[in-house]
Every structure is written in C-alpha cells, then in structure tokens.
Write a protein that binds this ligand. Structure first.
Ligand code: GLC
Length: 756
C-alpha cells in the first residue's frame, strides 16, 4: 500500500474531516504523528500576497514583486513570458514559505464592466487558456502550486456570492469552460478554485457536474478543488459535489457535521477519503520543494516585471509623435504620473518591493528636457476647472504634453463592477482641453479593462494603453514613449464605442440573483462580428513603431481529416525601419454548420520578432478542436464535413490573407433521433431517412390527398413546412394512412433499426 493510502488507513474520521477544512485562513491541518505536512497558500495571481499571520484573513502582506496584472500580460500574447513570470513568482513563493499561489484567474470578460477584469486575461477562451497554461507550467516547474480560478462562470462582482449564472450547456462548453479545460489538460494545476456564484442554480462549491463529472472525470484533473474563501454553504453537500478543501478554516462545527453525516450513512466515507487523498497528494508534492531560506532576487524580478509590462502595453493611436525624439520640454500632467496605478484593489493586492514612479522614470530617459508637472485631476469625482487651466498652460508652454490618466479604484475593483466605461468627467475634460491646446499630446492610460474614448480620442496625437502594469510599469511606460521598447501588445479584449453596444448590456448584472447569459456564445468579438457592430478598437488590435506585411499563406492540405488537423503557414515581413514584434492571429470560419456559429473564432496565434526588412515564416497548427463545436444533442464536441476559411490577420478586424480547406469528419456519431423527432428531423438525418424511406413512400400520397396539392400537383411549400415541423409520430396519426401498425409501434421499430 502506498504512503498516502497507509496514512488514510490510520486517520480517524475526525482527522479526515479536519483535513478537508482549513486549519487557519491560509493553511491546511498538519498531522505530525502521521508525517502529514501543512499546505500553506497565498494569494496571487500577479505576485505573492503572503500575509504575515496565517490566522488573519487580510493583512499587510510580506514584500513581493507586483507583476503586471492579467489584462496587461494577456495583451503580450506571449506564452513564454507568462511562463517566465510564473517561475519568478515561484521563486518568491519559495522564499516566502508558500506552497500554492492562488492564481491564475481565467474567467471570461463577458462584460468590460466587471470590476475584476484586471485580474482576468481575455474575452477569448483560447488566448486565456494559453496564457494560463504557460503561467501554471512555469510556476509548477519550480515546485510551487497554482490555483486555477474561479470555476466557473464567475463573470461579475455584483452579488457574486449569491447570484446564479444562467447559461446553456453549449455556451458553457464553448465559451466559459475551455480556458479551464485547456489549463487543466495542458498544465494540471495543483488546485482549482471553485467560484462563489451559482451556475444554473447550484452553488459552484456544490456543483457535482462541474467539479466531479467535468473537471475530474472528463478532463482528468488530478489535483484538489479548493473553495473560494467562504464559498462553502453546506460542507457535506460540497464534499458530495467534489469540493475537497474548504477555506478558510477552522470550521469545527462543519467538521463535526461531516463526521456525523458519515456515521449516519448520509455521506459515503469513500468520498471523504478521496478528498483527503487529493489533499495529502498535494501536501506531499509541495513538501518535495523546501520552502523558506534564501531571499529572492528582487532586482531581477523587478526588471522582468518591467519587460513584461513593456510587452503588454498596447499602442492604440500614434500619428507619428511616438517614439519621442528627445523633445526639449515636456509637460507631464496627471496624478498617475506621480502615483503609479499599477495594480487593482482586493485579494490580489501585493505589498511591493518597490514601485517605479512614472515621472521619475520618464526623467531618466528624457535627456536634458525640461519637465513640468501638474496633477490635472483630483482623486474624487469633483470637477476642478482650475486644475485644467493649470494643465493647459503647462501644455502650451511645452513641446509635448504627456497625460497620465488612471481609472480611479473607486470605479474598478474586486467586489464591485463599474457602472459605466467612462473616465471621470474631470479626466475627459482635461484631455479635451489639453489636447486642443497642445496637439502634440500623448494619453497614457492605466485601467484594468476597456474604457470608452470617443469624447476625446481625436485630440491626442497618441494613446498608449498601459493597463495596471505592475510595480515596474512606470519605467516600462518611459521605455515605450522613448522607443527603448517598440510596443508589440495587442488587445485581448474589445474596446467598444459605448457600453450600450456590449454583448451583455441587456443582461448585466442580472436581477434577483439571476444573471441570464442571453448573448450565449456571442461575447466579445464574436458578438460584434455577428452584429457587424463597429467598435472603438477591435480584439487583437495594437500598433507598432514599425509595420508588417503578410504573404504566401499556405495550408498543409486543401482537404484534411478532422483528427489530422491542418497547419497554417504565412510569411511575415518587417516593412519598417525598426525591429519589432508582430502577433499573427489565425481565425477559423465555418462556411456551413448544422448549428449557429460565430463568424470566426481565434484558433491559433504566434508572436514573432523581426529586424527591419526581415521575413520569417510563422506556422500554426490547428487541431480537431479548432474546427469543432459542442453539440448538446450528442453531448460532445463534433466536427462536420465542409469547407472552412482560414483567416490570418493582425487583428480580428484586419485579416491580411485567407484560404479555404475541406474538412472530412471521421466521427461516427450516433443518430439523435427520438420518439418526438419531427418529420423534418428524420428526413435530414441520413440514416433516419434511409430507414424511414419505405414508410415515407406509404404515407405521402394519402397525406397529399388530405392536405391538398398545389397547382403543379406537388405538395405546397407551406404544407410541406407544416408537415416537416410535426413530430413524425403525429404525422402517422393522419386519417386514412395505409399502415399495418400503430404510429408508436412504427416509430419504436424505426428507432430500433437506427440503434442497430
Ligand atoms: C477572494 C477571491 C479569490 C481569492 C480568495 C482568497 O474572495 O475571490 O480570488 O484567492 O478570496 O483571498
């Protein structure tokens, strides 16, 4: 018997129950007499938030590097960079005696107003899944665990502990689960954290379909499922659902309830043992990497944070003013220049090792330029024309004006959602006034998710989306402004023109604790494409200081089997004068499907660095799932024969080249006809039609006689449409049909033949 099974066999019921609930706010129960170590967890995801006292929920944490938050790192589209970040965070976790870091968050950005979007990667499942898998693999390669969160459909902060996300199975499978699925299958996170909310009426902490049937049984998740802090409402029900570890602890009454339930035969002890087994496995796995000891290299991690921030920033507009060419004078305007808005509020808040002040970092690269500063806007909603007047004067007196604008934390944070997508009125008025007075202006933004800009976008010569860029972001902004770094980031989320244009607008944040995902599959660019809705900046968009040309697109085959997939290759050339990186995006369009599908979906991407004039071939492999969709009738992902367009672009709205290929499905799908299938269903199912043929011949003439014929003697279009919409068993009830058996017997025989 292996070590874990031996331990389980020696544990008392009380010890098992105690182990499945936290011993404190941040660690599990050690069992010294059985050699079971404690597991210590700390918040992430963009750094280690290790509280000094495990007994207390939220306190000043120990110093660690605050890396850029997910909306920034996702905009790098650089999986390798996420791996590096994960490894660096692991080094800090080891130094701070932490076994598991609670991240990454991969919830889809259903609405840009979600207050926690700064902590999430994207509106696209593939991009989020790729980033998450790399982060997890990077961190766990160094012996520190992760926690993939929040499973699942936790896409708003409003009433997140009680609201029920109501969504159909296909939407769940194609949009809200794939990032989790990809991360589990490609990286096996040590833990998965359940969500606070309900999913279709069942709490995420008790959701057997999600936690056991899908996560553990279908996807093969081997780690432990931990609750979000305080997400468990009924410990016995959650154990039945597949929730292994409740946090925080201790919860003696709940442990007693678990013991009592086992003793009363209301909870199978084997379920409790399975949770204990998973916890022990992770605790021993964590113990394989000694923690504590040497401090981490703060300087090196700060430098890495600066590099990542520079890769994630997105140049949204540039009429040539950037990169700055050593202007003689600069007017720096905006509070965010002197107080970096580098992270979000809530459980992810890091106590930093240091923070780069944007203005100070700017000065280091500005050469001998004279630099003025003014606050530009207050830290509340008050409107201050005097501050605007001061800023206008400063801008007019300088060669270039730099506006550092941060979305206030009181508008965007964990715990609440935004009411709008606007900057503050003062910030909008400030930008309008300054850029009218000084056309050579740059707006630098710090925000966690999309904002609207139409009121002022025409004003500045350039706009840089710097996100919540981490503690070293001040330096990264200066790097980009002066061209030390050529911006290569691209949006991982759409920036809409208006809040009213957004997919979830009519169903967000729900009422009476019900949130209907009425937009279904159509979130983000999937929605704007389907509606042909103009946007401010599209998914995948981002400028560079150079330019790129795409050519010579080729596919590995003009026809292919779904299981063989398809390789897409394209040549990319740097047609500008400076080295740059391009993110090549591969979208797939299904020309014809039996169910509705988005116009196109991101199914691959690659980032490539090119010297001026250099050309490289970029290849992206597309597998079965790149072409498949989830069919709830079959209860699985399916492919269908047909032609697919492969669209290669610099953004979802900038397709540079395309080609088509014919897919041949190798699936041998069962028929999904049933007793109430319509006449039309039978006729459109090849096997159903073949089997049903003789019966068809028997009934069409008499039916035509009953329903009447059109002038040309055929059954009229409207009559045919009526017929095809009827369940076949009802059609067989028509009077006067020459049938030897009853309709029910005929249908049952047909279904038996189908099953055969
Ligand atoms: C919070 C967050 C979760 C975090 C946990 C511990 O409420 O939802 O992401 O890891 O509790 O702080």
């Amino acid at each position: 018997m292996n070590q874990i099974e031996t331990i389980i066999s020696k544990m008392t019921l009380e010890e098992k129950a105690a182990l499945t609930t936290g011993a404190t706010a941040w660690n599990t129960t050690p069992l010294a007499h059985l050699g079971v170590p404690r597991l210590f967890v700390a918040d992430g995801p963009h750094g280690v938030r290790r509280v000094a006292d495990a007994d207390v929920m939220a306190l000043e944490a120990l110093a660690a590097t605050c890396f850029p938050t997910a909306s920034c790192t996702a905009s790098s589209w650089d999986a390798a960079l996420l791996s590096q970040m994960g490894q660096a965070i692991a080094e800090e976790a080891i130094a701070l005696d932490v076994d598991v870091v609670l991240g990454p968050g991969v919830n889809m950005k259903r609405s840009p107003t979600c207050g926690r979007n700064f902590e999430y990667f994207s509106e696209d499942p593939l991009l989020a899944g790729e980033m998450a898998a790399s982060y997890i693999n990077g961190m766990q390669s160094r012996g520190v665990g992760t926690s993939l969160k929040h499973f699942a459909a936790n896409n708003q902060e409003h009433r997140r502990l009680t609201a029920s996300s109501e969504l159909d199975e296909r939407t769940l499978r194609e949009i809200y689960l794939p990032a989790f699925e990809q991360a589990v299958k490609q990286a096996q996170p040590w833990t998965v954290m359940c969500c606070y909310n309900k999913v279709n009426g069942v709490y995420g902490s008790e959701h057997h379909q999600l936690l056991t049937e899908i996560l553990k049984d279908e996807w093969g998740f081997e780690g432990l499922v931990v609750s979000d802090w305080g997400a468990v409402h009924d410990r016995v029900a959650s154990l039945r659902g597949g929730l292994d570890l409740e946090m925080p602890g201790p919860r003696p009454l709940r442990s007693q309830a678990v013991v009592a339930a086992v003793r009363a035969g209301q909870l199978d002890e084997a379920l409790l043992d399975e949770s204990v087994r998973r916890i022990l496995k992770i605790a021993f796995k964590a113990a394989e990497t000694p923690k504590g000891g040497a401090p981490f290299d703060a300087a090196a991690h700060h430098a890495l944070a600066r590099k990542i921030a520079g890769e994630g920033m997105v140049l949204l507009k540039n009429n040539g003013l950037l990169p700055l060419k050593q202007p003689a004078s600069l007017a720096v305007i905006g509070h965010a220049a002197v107080e970096a808005h580098f992270q979000g509020r809530g459980s992810s808040q890091i106590t930093t090792t240091r923070v780069d002040e944007p203005l100070a970092e700017l000065k280091k690269l500005a050469g001998g330029a004279s630099i003025s500063f003014c606050e530009g806007y207050p830290l509340d909603e008050s409107q201050r024309p005097d501050m605007i007047a001061e800023a206008v004067a400063a801008a007019q007196a300088a060669e270039v004006a730099l506006l550092y604008i941060a979305l206030p934390t009181y508008k965007e944070s964990e715990g609440y959602d935004r009411a709008d997508l606007e900057l503050t009125a003062q910030q909008v008025a400030l930008i309008q006034a300054v850029t009218a007075a000084q056309p050579k202006s740059v707006v630098i933004l710090n925000n966690g998710s999309a904002i609207t800009m139409s009121a002022w976008l025409n004003g500045p010569a350039a706009v840089l989306e710097a996100w919540m860029m981490g503690q070293a972001g001040g330096g990264a902004i200066a790097d980009v402004l002066f061209g030390v770094v050529n911006p290569s980031g691209k949006l991982a989320e759409t920036f809409p023109l208006r809040l009213e244009d957004t997919p979830a607008y009519l169903n967000f944040p729900g009422e009476l604790d019900v949130v209907r995902y009425g937009e279904g599959l159509f979130i983000g660019y999937r929605y704007y494409d389907a509606r042909r809705q103009p946007v401010l900046f599209p998914f995948g968009y981002g400028l560079s200081y150079t330019s790129f040309a795409y050519s010579n697109l080729r596919l590995s085959s003009p026809a292919f089997h779904d299981v063989d997939g398809l390789t897409v290759s394209v040549d990319v050339t740097n047609t500008g004068s400076v080295t740059g990186k391009e993110i090549v995006q591969v979208y797939v369009h299904d020309q014809k499907a039996s169910l509705v599908r988005p116009v196109k979906e991101l199914k691959g991407f690659a980032k490539v660095e090119l010297e001026p004039g250099e050309t490289k071939t970029v290849s992206v492999a597309l597998d079965f799932r790149a072409f498949a969709f989830y069919h709830t009738g079959y209860g699985q992902w399916i492919s269908e024969d047909g032609d697919f367009d492969i669209l290669v672009g610099a953004s979802c709205a900038d397709i540079r080249c395309s080609a088509s290929a014919a897919l041949q499905s190798t699936l041998n799908l069962p028929s999904i006809l049933h007793r109430n299938s319509t006449f039309g269903d039978w006729m459109s199912d090849p096997r159903g039609k073949a089997i049903f043929g003789p019966v068809y011949q028997q009934i069409m003439q008499p039916i035509a006689a009953v329903l009447g014929r059109a002038e040309d003697g055929e059954i009229s279009v409207e009559t045919n449409a009526y017929l095809m919409s009827l369940p076949l068993v009802d059609v067989l009830e028509f009077p006067g049909l020459p049938l030897e058996k009853s309709p029910g017997e005929i249908i049952d025989n047909l279904l038996k033949q189908l099953a055969g």
